[in-house]
Design a protein around this ligand. Structure first.
Ligand code: F6P
Length: 409
């Protein structure tokens, strides 16, 4: 493939999404791409003609190393839903005019479910008009809910942060000789991968959370309170991990029981927040003990100082693999990770039809959820553990991590 490439980042950022950006950039240059452009704020920015020449910004090996360790999306992100093909040709005309003008032969989009929907639509449209541009998805999401791939880059680092921080919170909760219930709220929407990762805290030096509530199983708030009462008979400091996406049996999110004003994005996703606060208040009302509601919130996806080296490396690899596939003539695919062996852990990259991936949500399989004990099984932990291994220390300047950033304003 001779020509130029363009890359964008989309959806919620992760601690390692910039490693994928570097993987795309470096591999494209190594394979002879003339220009490597970055769209600013994903497809939404491209529609407004916003892009940069990446070579003006990533100028040295040090820049590459800094970017691998910089959280958030260097190019900015968006949650923009493309119209269905046939609904609004004007949008597609604008995008393809820009791609033609820039001489683009390879289009790479680093993102999760919604972003793969963008790749699906663009590749279908490109094929329809005979555009001769390769459209490739590069997987990314802390939620780990993309289909087909063994796991998604971003998940391992968030899981490492969650396991470590839950452990530290459990330590802290033990200091007073008084009843205390801490509820920790973890991201992941409708998939419990990240919440389940709180069980990583359990080990020789820590009991781990006392209960873990995954969104795959509807929540009965009355039963939850009952269980807290039971636990308190033998233990003073109780720690419970809950997913931000906990739902009641009637399908409403638990956080809808609060009076938080919820933002709804273009894909119809409600901003999920307040589950821990709601449950902690219920506990305080019923048992009169001290409670804390801790929302890990954006911390779990931007804590690059706690990133997993395996995750950073794989994020880079999936970016490179997408470019390699495009240069070899593939299109309408997403790169997937395939686990070859567990011990020693080995993963390879492959590519897979985007139509089988876009808009499919992969949740935790029922056999990995211990519903009665409100926990995940050892198989779940065996799956996650290799993904959180090793570290890549930040480059520290004046005691703090140094980042490479583009001033997005
Ligand atoms: O999709 C990734 C994710 O981090 C979800 O876990 C979370 O629900 C959502 O993004 C939060 O999005 P926002 O950045 O819009 O608050």
């Amino acid at each position: 493939m001779v020509g130029n490439i363009i890359v964008g980042q989309s959806g919620g950022p992760t601690a390692v999404i910039n490693s994928s950006l570097v993987g795309v950039f470096q591999t494209a240059k190594d394979r002879g791409a003339v220009k490597a452009y970055g769209m600013l704020h994903g497809i939404q920015g491209l529609l407004e003609g916003k892009y940069i020449d990446l070579e003006d910004h990533i100028k040295s090996d040090l820049d590459i190393e800094l970017l691998k360790r910089t959280p958030s999306a260097y190019l900015g992100s968006c949650r923009y839903k493309l119209p269905e093909i046939g609904e609004n040709d004007e949008v597609y005309n604008r995008i393809f005019e820009t791609l033609y003008r820039l001489g683009i032969k390879g289009f790479f989009y680093i993102g999760g479910n919604d972003s793969m929907d963008t790749i699906r639509k663009l590749s279908d449209y490109g094929e329809m008009i005979g555009a001769n541009i390769a459209f490739m998805g590069v997987p990314k999401t802390i939620d780990n809910d993309l289909a087909v791939t063994d796991h998604t880059p971003g998940f391992g680092s968030a899981a490492k942060y969650i396991g470590s921080t839950v452990k530290e919170v459990i330590r802290d909760g033990r200091v007073f000789d008084a009843n205390m219930v801490t509820i920790i709220e973890i991201m992941g929407r409708n998939a419990g991968w990240l919440t389940g990762a709180s069980a990583l805290a359990r080990g020789e030096d820590c009991d781990g959370p006392d209960m873990i509530y995954l969104p795959e199983i509807p929540m009965d708030v009355g039963d939850f309170l009952q269980r807290i009462g039971e636990l308190q008979k033998n233990k003073k400091a109780i720690v419970v991990a809950v997913s931000e996406g906990m739902k009641l049996a009637d399908g409403r999110y638990v956080c809808e029981l609060t009076d938080t004003v919820a933002f709804v994005d273009a894909f119809g996703h409600r901003s999920l927040t307040g589950t821990a606060r709601y449950l902690a208040d219920q506990v305080a009302r019923r048992y009169g003990c001290k409670t804390r509601a801790i929302e890990f919130n954006t911390l779990q996806r931007c804590s690059a100082h706690m990133a997993s080296r395996v995750d950073i490396t794989e994020a880079f690899q999936v970016g490179g693999a997408a470019v390699k596939a495009a240069f070899e003539g593939e299109t309408a695919k997403m790169v997937v990770l395939k686990r070859l062996s567990q011990d020693p852990y080995q993963c390879a990259t492959e590519t897979y039809d985007i139509h089988e991936i876009a808009n499919v949500e992969k949740t935790v399989p029922p056999e990995w959820i211990d519903e009665d004990n409100k926990y995940v099984t050892p198989e779940f932990l065996n799956y996650v553990r290799p993904l959180i291994q090793a570290e890549l220390s930040p480059i520290m300047v004046s005691g703090l991590p140094r980042h490479l950033y583009y001033d997005l304003k």
